[in-house]
Ligand binder design. Structure first.
Ligand code: ATP
Length: 451
């Protein structure tokens, strides 16, 4: 089946008191690859809807003595995204209109054919797909900026990217550690995009930016009246990214109460909204990021040890920019091209001295600092070259580089030679070959000079 005609796999709830209809509908929908749960009464329907996240529901309006119409607002208040198709025995326009006024998406009249069911389900699937895409695009809009460059010449970074690509296709939790500004959220997004969940939404919850009660409500949702100001139900980010990925940024700062709830969610995939005691389930992949030493925090008791072990399945540390100097210029050139474009400037370039100073700077704020420095230079600079005057004052002009025969130590010449060579070669092996040494010796020299 080509991509256009391929039906989105949906979680579908069937509510009908007639066993025959439940069986036929289940058979027809399962044959299309959907996940189906069928129940015979409103009580079981509510119970199921609270335990799982459904994309769509077929609801019979006559459920024995009970009225399926009353189920519509209840299902919608739990899952505002659910597409409800009501089943009416005799196609009556009045009841269909009433159901749609209550929020149903469509109706189907008994007796119906499998083709009618397939058609309506595909249409609902398309709408769910578009809605999911909108959520993802909204998240992406906040990220709009220079193209993220995941191309790196640094062997350590190359290994990290390889590991992330392999891990992406599993559902394993990934813990990204590293100094602030190293690009942890960029890598988390890349993992989501490489994963089988890429078509589902990704959400980000920044743990330190909100107080503990709000963080709990943001993640797990709340019931109306759960706290002052909770004027309506909120399904929470976990429910909103069902089937997708949730990035928990700065997890080291998460309050202990929220840590306990997260641990339970990781273990059982179950959670409760704030101010409610209904157990809910969700299928969400967790990526956690932190610039704190989580192991140390777990050891000194400021982070739950059991949660740390749960998170520490695939743990990677993104190296600071100063430990991957070969990436500085390619990243800077990428930012320069982007900011020249968005600021309507002619294509700009760096002077040789600027390039050298960029490579020599220690970048305590990592890629974020580099990006900000280049943006500032593009806005403030004149002419078609970015000079030292356009860079922030803490970036020291590179001193005149030593030349062969100058009164300098051999080490100074060696360090400079290795740095330059590494910036212009595409692999460690190539650099080692040109230098006429093996990779281990090159590694030792890099360690000595902090390259
Ligand atoms: N490989 C990259 N390519 C392009 N931009 C990058 C790259 N890595 C990081 N950046 C940019 O650097 C900035 C910081 O990145 P990001 O927010 O991912 O870092 P972080 O490690 O999550 O930081 P923090 O710990 O402060 O949340 C962002 O503006 C991001 O766009």
């Amino acid at each position: 089946m080509d991509k256009e005609n391929k039906a989105t796999v949906l979680n579908i709830l069937i509510v009908d008191d007639e066993a025959n209809i439940r069986k036929t509908l289940s058979y027809c929908l399962a044959a299309e690859g959907h996940m189906v749960i069928a129940v015979s009464n409103p009580e079981d329907a509510v119970e199921e809807a609270r335990r799982r996240s459904f994309d769509m529901a077929f609801v019979d309006l006559k459920l024995g003595d009970e009225d399926g119409m009353e189920l519509i607002p209840v299902l919608l208040s739990d899952s505002s995204w659910i597409k409800i198709v009501v089943i009416t025995a005799h196609a009556s326009i009045e009841t269909a209109v009433e159901a749609i006024k209550l929020g149903a998406a469509d109706y189907i009249a008994k007796p119906f054919t499998p083709d009618q069911v397939k058609l309506i389900t595909r249409r609902m699937g398309k709408i769910r797909e578009l809605e999911t895409e909108i959520v993802s695009l909204r998240e992406n809009i906040q990220q709009i900026g220079p193209e993220n460059s995941l191309v790196t010449k640094n062997p350590g970074m190359q290994r990290i990217i390889e590991t992330l690509k392999k891990a992406a296709v599993s559902d394993a939790i990934i813990l990204l550690q590293g100094e602030s500004g190293t690009g942890k959220s960029i890598f988390a997004r890349a993992v989501h995009n490489w994963s089988l969940r890429a078509a589902k939404p990704m959400a980000v919850v920044a743990c330190p930016s909100v107080p503990s009660e709000l963080l709990e409500s943001e993640m797990f949702g709340h019931a109306r009246g759960a706290f002052t100001g909770a004027v309506r139900d909120n399904p929470g980010r976990i429910a909103a990214c069902e089937g997708g990925t949730l990035l928990l940024d700065e997890i080291g700062d998460m309050a202990p109460g929220v840590q306990a709830k997260l641990l339970r969610f990781i273990q059982d995939r179950e959670y409760e909204r704030l101010g409610e005691s209904i157990l809910r389930r969700a299928d969400v992949r967790i990526i956690a990021a932190t610039n704190a030493d989580l192991e140390k925090k777990a050891a000194d008791g400021s982070f739950r040890e059991d949660l740390f072990y749960r998170l520490n399945v695939i743990s990677l540390t993104i190296p600071p920019l100063r430990q991957r100097p070969e990436d500085i210029l390619p990243l800077a050139e990428g930012f320069l091209a982007y900011f020249s474009r968005v600021n309507h400037r002619m294509p700009l370039s760096f002077t040789d001295q600027t390039k050298e100073s960029l490579v020599n700077h220690s970048w305590p704020g990592n890629v974020r600092e580099l990006r900000n420095a280049v943006e500032r230079a593009v806005i403030l600079g004149n002419g078609d070259k970015i000079s030292m005057n356009d860079l922030p004052g803490n970036i020291i002009p590179a001193v005149k580089t030593p030349a062969i025969g100058d009164k300098v130590s051999l080490a100074a010449i060696e360090e400079l030679h290795i740095r330059r060579l590494m910036a212009s070669t595409s692999s460690l092996q190539e650099a080692a070959d040109i230098l006429g040494i093996d990779q281990t010796t090159l590694w030792r020299r890099r360690k000595t000079y902090g390259i």
